[in-house]
Design a protein around this ligand. Structure first.
Ligand SMILES: NC(=O)c1ccc[n+]([C@@H]2O[C@H](COP(=O)([O-])OP(=O)(O)OC[C@H]3O[C@@H](n4cnc5c(N)ncnc54)[C@H](O)[C@@H]3O)[C@@H](O)[C@H]2O)c1
Length: 450
């Protein structure tokens, strides 16, 4: 093994890819006193960072960028000429729309940039979610070609934070680190020990890669089972939440998840990354594909149910007005992230049925709602004269809506489809409106209608 030449100081950090992951990690490291150099290829990202304004919403990061930009936080199209002590690859690793296979050119290009600007003293960290084997097959050869075999310090340390709580979780979540060799692993642990409270060293780069994919595919699978129960309950006209509550209550075996949409940049692609990696070693996953298929079917199913219920109510859906509350992929923790949002799969069904779709979200901009085909407006405006309301996310503000003043604004017969069951369903029914949720379509109880 080559002699240890890495800096134990880790004063200068380079982050390649200043999207959600790079942006939040840069903020967390800058807060800890590191000098952080963010690199991105998109001029729009660089312009906003140069002005000290993150282009992505995440609680707590605005303050860090306002306070530290130009002091210890920098952004540019390239790493500093004399390199950095640690280079962290946070670039996007999407799957291709048509084939669902991972696209890894961003990772290769980011590694090439590090190889050009830095020297073998640099600790290179793969942070992006990658297929098992990609750190060794894509990143390592690029670094070895520039620095020589045996001169590379490389670790894989996956990002596992949840959007909305990233700054806290970057410090509190156990940090998994796999190294190319012992020297790399020790450098990786020494570096992440300055940020995270708990470190989980694992024996291979590939172990760390699989840990990340296993975490996300497991989440997808667990949520899909709650959705399976909802689809079953709907057929038997049962209340899925009642089934799930009774299933879990004081039962000392694993809990069922509540039904819900499963989206986001990661859960909508990572199962495909694992499936593709598994196929490359001759294994066809049973569960991972089915869980993803079910979770992707849910928004389509809900959109079809909403259209059907509108038709039942007013004879035709053509020309009806639907108010959609919550356009981001999730409401809690709040985010403006549209990746894997359920509305993307719902809109073609609404459009085909001739619905006019109004849109509201507390964080998603009016321009983005328009891009997806909605007419942006306030909650009050969205309710006024609408035939139906579809609440897609569980943003906590929707749970506080003043139903007594909003419900009378809906046209009769009206529908409130409350995906997460955060509204007072009895109040909706008492106002003479049809109430429904995921897997839940009760008949109106006549005695409730005043
Ligand atoms: N968003 C999450 O919550 C999350 C959580 C865990 C892991 N991840 C993983 O982390 C990685 C990054 O995710 P993200 O959400 O930040 O993606 P993102 O799309 O928000 O950001 C990626 C950034 O990388 C930049 N980029 C692409 N190629 C580049 C290159 N060659 N050089 C410099 N910059 C380049 C893009 O312009 C973009 O700004 C992905 O692999 C993702 O799966 C994301």
């Amino acid at each position: 093994m080559a002699a240890a030449r890495y800096s134990a100081e880790f004063g200068k950090i380079g982050i390649i890819g200043m999207g959600y992951v790079g942006l939040t990690l840069a903020a967390a490291l800058a807060r800890r006193g590191f000098s952080v150099y963010g690199v991105d290829t998109q001029p729009r990202v660089l312009e906003s960072l140069a002005a000290g304004k993150p282009h992505i919403f995440e609680p707590g990061i605005d303050e860090v960028y306002q306070g530290l930009t130009g002091k210890t936080l920098f952004a540019g199209a390239e790493l500093p000429a004399h390199g950095v002590d640690v280079a962290i690859l946070c670039v996007s690793t999407p799957v291709q729309m048509d084939t669902h296979t991972p696209y890894l050119e961003n990772l290769r290009k980011a590694a090439q940039h590090v190889a050009q600007r830095c020297d073998p003293g640099t600790l290179v960290v793969v942070r992006s979610t990658v297929p098992v084997g990609a750190s060794r097959a894509i990143v390592l050869p690029v670094l070895e070609a520039a620095w020589g075999e045996g001169n590379v310090r490389l670790v894989m340390a996956p990002e596992r934070t949840i959007q909305g709580q990233a700054l806290r979780e970057l410090e509190e979540l156990p940090q998994v680190v796999g190294g190319l060799n012992q020297e790399s692993l020790e450098a990786g642990l020494a570096f992440f020990g300055k940020l995270a409270k708990q470190l989980v060293p694992v024996s291979e780069l590939e172990t760390a890669e699989l840990v990340k994919l296993a975490n996300n595919c497991h989440t997808d699978l667990i949520y899909s089972f709650g959705n399976e129960i909802a689809m079953l309950a709907e057929r038997w006209q049962l209340d899925p939440l009642e089934v799930i509550r009774a299933t879990n209550l004081n039962y000392p075996r694993p809990d069922l998840a509540k039904p819900g949409y499963v989206g986001g940049g990661c859960l909508s692609k990572d199962p495909y990354i694992l499936i593709s990696a598994a196929r490359s070693v001759g294994y066809e996953p049973f569960l991972v594909s089915q869980a993803r298929a079910l979770n992707e079917h849910l928004p389509v199913h809900v959109a079809e149910q909403v259209v059907r219920m509108i038709r039942e109510g007013r004879g035709s859906a053509e020309g009806a007005t639907l108010a959609v509350l919550g356009w981001a992929y999730k409401g809690w923790p709040p985010t403006d992230d549209m990746r894997g949002t359920p509305i993307a799969d719902m809109m073609p069904i609404f459009r085909a049925a001739g619905l006019q779709v109004r849109g509201h979200d507390y964080l998603v901009s009016a321009g983005v709602i328009q891009e997806y085909g909605g007419i942006p407006m306030s909650v009050e405006e969205a309710f006024a004269g609408a035939d139906a309301v579809l609440v897609i996310t569980n943003h906590p503000e929707y749970a506080k809506l003043e139903l007594h003043s909003l419900l009378p604004k809906l046209k009769r017969p009206g529908l409130v489809f409350d995906s997460w069951r955060i509204l007072d369903g009895k109040a909706v029914q008492a106002a003479g409106l049809r109430y429904a949720g995921l897997g839940y379509q009760p008949q109106i109880e006549p005695e409730l209608v005043s």
